[in-house]
Write a protein that binds this ligand. Structure first.
Ligand code: ATP
Ligand code: MG
Length: 212
């Protein structure tokens, strides 16, 4: 369904080269690697946000970065869901307004059970800036799941959460994938989350290799 072929990318220095990755429906994979190795950059490349300097990203048989702008926007809006490392919520809006924005854009209903499960239903009318880091992270996850994406790209989705909350969030993401035939690609430094994935890859020495 999604395939990265021979991807290379540099900023000030070469981050990685010849990265290959295949994702099928319901696949749950993680990418680990040390800080600065290019995990977020790779996630942005495969999630239609950043064109790689070399290589191709093929989604349902089509080269993502050769699509017309309108087609690419539709994929970003309806099919891909990105949970960012720095969440980019609208800070002056309430949690609910942030989720409503996603609901309107993707034309999907808000799932109140999900908000309860994420334990944010009780703070839903508060402004984002009055929420704790972990609550903000859970709002950003609710925002993405509300879109009902086919592929979730999650960049350190549990970075601000304690162990219990981190496990709970991973369970929610996994259940979402099971129930919606969706796939999950997670970037994380937390190797204790490995049990939640079918496969774990590591960005190391500028290459992506299988870790587990
Ligand atoms: N838009 C950009 N312009 C210039 N350099 C960038 C840009 N984005 C990332 N970089 C650089 O690329 C390198 C890799 O960044 P990236 O955010 O992909 O790493 P990471 O593996 O996600 O790190 P972390 O674990 O700390 O989140 C860093 O040195 C960063 O400064
Ligand atoms: Mg990162």
């Amino acid at each position: 369904m999604l395939e990265a072929v021979n991807i290379s990318h540099s900023f000030d220095y070469l981050l990685f080269e010849d990265v290959n990755l295949k994702i099928k429906p319901k696949d749950k994979i993680a990418i680990i690697g040390k800080s600065g190795s290019g995990k977020s950059t790779l996630l942005h490349i495969i999630s239609a946000l950043l064109k790689p300097q070399k290589g191709e990203v093929i989604y349902n048989g089509k080269n993502l970065y050769k699509l017309k702008e309108k087609e690419l926007i539709n994929i970003r809006r309806y099919e891909f869901g990105v949970i960012f490392q720095f969440h980019y919520l609208f800070n002056t809006f309430t949690a609910l307004e942030n989720i409503q924005a996603a609901s309107l854009l993707a034309e999907r209903e808000i799932d109140w059970k999900l908000l309860k499960r994420l334990d944010i239903d009780n703070v839903i009318h508060q402004n984002i800036q009055t929420l704790s880091g972990g609550q903000q992270q859970r709002v950003s996850i609710a925002r993405v799941l509300t879109k009902k994406p086919k592929i979730i790209f999650a960049d350190e989705p549990t970075g601000n959460l304690d162990r219990n909350n981190a496990n709970e969030v991973m369970e929610i993401l996994n259940e979402y994938c099971e129930n919606n035939n969706a796939s999950l690609i997670t970037v994380t430094h937390d190797t204790e989350l490995a049990e939640f994935f079918d496969k774990v890859y590591k960005l190391k020495n500028k290459r992506l290799e299988i870790w587990i």
